[in-house]
Write a protein of this length. Sequence first.
Length: 143
Amino acid sequence: MKEITQFFSREDLFARHSGIELVDAGPGWAKASMKIEPFHFNGARTVHGGAIFTLADFAFAVACNSHGTLAMGISTSVSFVKAATGGTLYAEATEQSRNPRLASYSVQVTDDQHAVVAIFQGMAYRKNEPIIPPGYGERAAAE
Protein backbone atom coordinates (compact mmCIF):
# COMPACT_ATOMS: atom_id res chain seq x y z
CA MET A 1 0.00 0.00 0.00
CA LYS A 2 2.88 2.36 0.76
CA GLU A 3 4.19 2.09 -2.81
CA ILE A 4 0.74 2.90 -4.23
CA THR A 5 0.29 5.97 -2.01
CA GLN A 6 3.79 7.20 -2.93
CA PHE A 7 3.02 6.56 -6.61
CA PHE A 8 -0.14 8.70 -6.56
CA SER A 9 1.39 11.46 -4.45
CA ARG A 10 4.27 11.72 -6.92
CA GLU A 11 2.73 10.88 -10.30
CA ASP A 12 -0.69 12.56 -10.30
CA LEU A 13 0.60 15.89 -11.54
CA PHE A 14 -2.83 17.51 -11.94
CA ALA A 15 -3.74 16.72 -8.33
CA ARG A 16 -0.41 18.17 -7.17
CA HIS A 17 -0.94 21.26 -9.35
CA SER A 18 -4.39 21.68 -7.79
CA GLY A 19 -2.99 21.57 -4.24
CA ILE A 20 -4.42 18.14 -3.42
CA GLU A 21 -2.66 15.94 -0.89
CA LEU A 22 -3.22 12.29 -0.10
CA VAL A 23 -4.00 12.05 3.63
CA ASP A 24 -4.29 8.27 3.98
CA ALA A 25 -5.34 5.18 2.07
CA GLY A 26 -5.96 1.49 2.51
CA PRO A 27 -7.46 -1.35 0.51
CA GLY A 28 -10.64 0.03 -1.07
CA TRP A 29 -10.57 3.52 0.45
CA ALA A 30 -8.66 6.79 0.40
CA LYS A 31 -8.79 10.23 1.99
CA ALA A 32 -7.42 13.39 0.36
CA SER A 33 -7.44 17.07 1.26
CA MET A 34 -7.28 20.38 -0.56
CA LYS A 35 -6.56 23.68 1.20
CA ILE A 36 -8.66 26.30 -0.56
CA GLU A 37 -6.56 28.92 -2.34
CA PRO A 38 -7.70 31.99 -4.33
CA PHE A 39 -7.27 30.11 -7.63
CA HIS A 40 -9.92 27.58 -6.54
CA PHE A 41 -12.73 30.17 -6.65
CA ASN A 42 -15.26 30.73 -9.40
CA GLY A 43 -16.87 34.06 -10.30
CA ALA A 44 -19.38 33.75 -7.46
CA ARG A 45 -16.49 33.52 -4.93
CA THR A 46 -17.28 29.91 -4.03
CA VAL A 47 -15.03 26.95 -4.70
CA HIS A 48 -15.27 26.00 -8.38
CA GLY A 49 -17.14 22.75 -9.04
CA GLY A 50 -14.21 21.53 -11.12
CA ALA A 51 -11.89 21.88 -8.12
CA ILE A 52 -14.29 19.91 -5.92
CA PHE A 53 -14.69 17.27 -8.63
CA THR A 54 -10.90 16.99 -9.00
CA LEU A 55 -10.49 16.40 -5.25
CA ALA A 56 -13.19 13.70 -5.26
CA ASP A 57 -11.82 12.12 -8.44
CA PHE A 58 -8.33 11.87 -6.95
CA ALA A 59 -9.63 10.07 -3.83
CA PHE A 60 -11.64 7.78 -6.14
CA ALA A 61 -8.54 7.04 -8.25
CA VAL A 62 -6.44 6.10 -5.24
CA ALA A 63 -9.20 3.93 -3.73
CA CYS A 64 -9.95 2.03 -6.95
CA ASN A 65 -6.25 1.42 -7.63
CA SER A 66 -5.47 0.50 -4.01
CA HIS A 67 -5.62 -3.23 -4.72
CA GLY A 68 -2.66 -2.87 -7.10
CA THR A 69 -4.61 -3.46 -10.31
CA LEU A 70 -4.80 -0.61 -12.83
CA ALA A 71 -8.33 0.80 -12.70
CA MET A 72 -9.70 3.61 -14.86
CA GLY A 73 -12.87 5.58 -14.24
CA ILE A 74 -15.58 4.82 -16.79
CA SER A 75 -18.51 6.65 -15.23
CA THR A 76 -18.75 9.35 -12.58
CA SER A 77 -21.32 11.74 -11.23
CA VAL A 78 -21.22 14.46 -8.64
CA SER A 79 -23.90 16.33 -6.74
CA PHE A 80 -22.96 19.63 -5.13
CA VAL A 81 -25.00 20.04 -1.96
CA LYS A 82 -23.34 22.97 -0.17
CA ALA A 83 -21.15 25.86 -1.30
CA ALA A 84 -17.58 25.88 -0.04
CA THR A 85 -15.93 29.25 0.57
CA GLY A 86 -12.68 28.58 2.40
CA GLY A 87 -10.66 26.41 4.73
CA THR A 88 -9.82 22.88 3.71
CA LEU A 89 -11.93 20.33 1.88
CA TYR A 90 -11.62 16.59 2.43
CA ALA A 91 -12.67 13.74 0.14
CA GLU A 92 -13.10 10.23 1.49
CA ALA A 93 -13.63 7.43 -1.04
CA THR A 94 -15.11 4.08 -0.03
CA GLU A 95 -15.41 0.95 -2.11
CA GLN A 96 -19.00 -0.21 -2.53
CA SER A 97 -18.44 -3.26 -4.75
CA ARG A 98 -15.61 -4.88 -6.71
CA ASN A 99 -15.28 -7.81 -9.07
CA PRO A 100 -12.47 -8.74 -11.47
CA ARG A 101 -13.54 -6.11 -14.06
CA LEU A 102 -15.74 -3.46 -12.41
CA ALA A 103 -15.70 -1.62 -9.12
CA SER A 104 -17.98 1.03 -7.63
CA TYR A 105 -17.04 3.78 -5.16
CA SER A 106 -18.73 6.58 -3.27
CA VAL A 107 -16.90 9.72 -2.22
CA GLN A 108 -18.04 12.31 0.30
CA VAL A 109 -16.47 15.74 0.14
CA THR A 110 -16.68 17.62 3.44
CA ASP A 111 -15.49 20.95 4.81
CA ASP A 112 -13.69 21.84 8.06
CA GLN A 113 -16.99 21.64 9.97
CA HIS A 114 -17.62 18.09 8.60
CA ALA A 115 -20.56 19.38 6.53
CA VAL A 116 -21.09 17.51 3.27
CA VAL A 117 -20.19 19.71 0.29
CA ALA A 118 -20.51 17.13 -2.50
CA ILE A 119 -21.41 13.49 -3.11
CA PHE A 120 -19.51 11.68 -5.88
CA GLN A 121 -20.17 8.23 -7.35
CA GLY A 122 -17.68 6.49 -9.58
CA MET A 123 -17.36 3.23 -11.48
CA ALA A 124 -13.98 1.91 -12.56
CA TYR A 125 -12.91 -0.64 -15.13
CA ARG A 126 -10.16 -2.87 -13.70
CA LYS A 127 -7.55 -3.81 -16.29
CA ASN A 128 -5.47 -6.95 -16.15
CA GLU A 129 -2.20 -5.17 -15.32
CA PRO A 130 -0.53 -3.65 -12.26
CA ILE A 131 -0.99 0.05 -11.49
CA ILE A 132 2.72 0.44 -10.81
CA PRO A 133 4.94 -0.42 -13.77
CA PRO A 134 7.74 -2.95 -13.20
CA GLY A 135 10.91 -1.24 -12.00
CA TYR A 136 9.08 1.96 -10.98
CA GLY A 137 10.40 1.91 -7.40
CA GLU A 138 14.01 1.79 -8.51
CA ARG A 139 13.49 4.55 -11.09
CA ALA A 140 11.70 6.82 -8.59
CA ALA A 141 14.43 6.31 -5.98
CA ALA A 142 17.12 7.22 -8.52
CA GLU A 143 15.46 10.54 -9.47
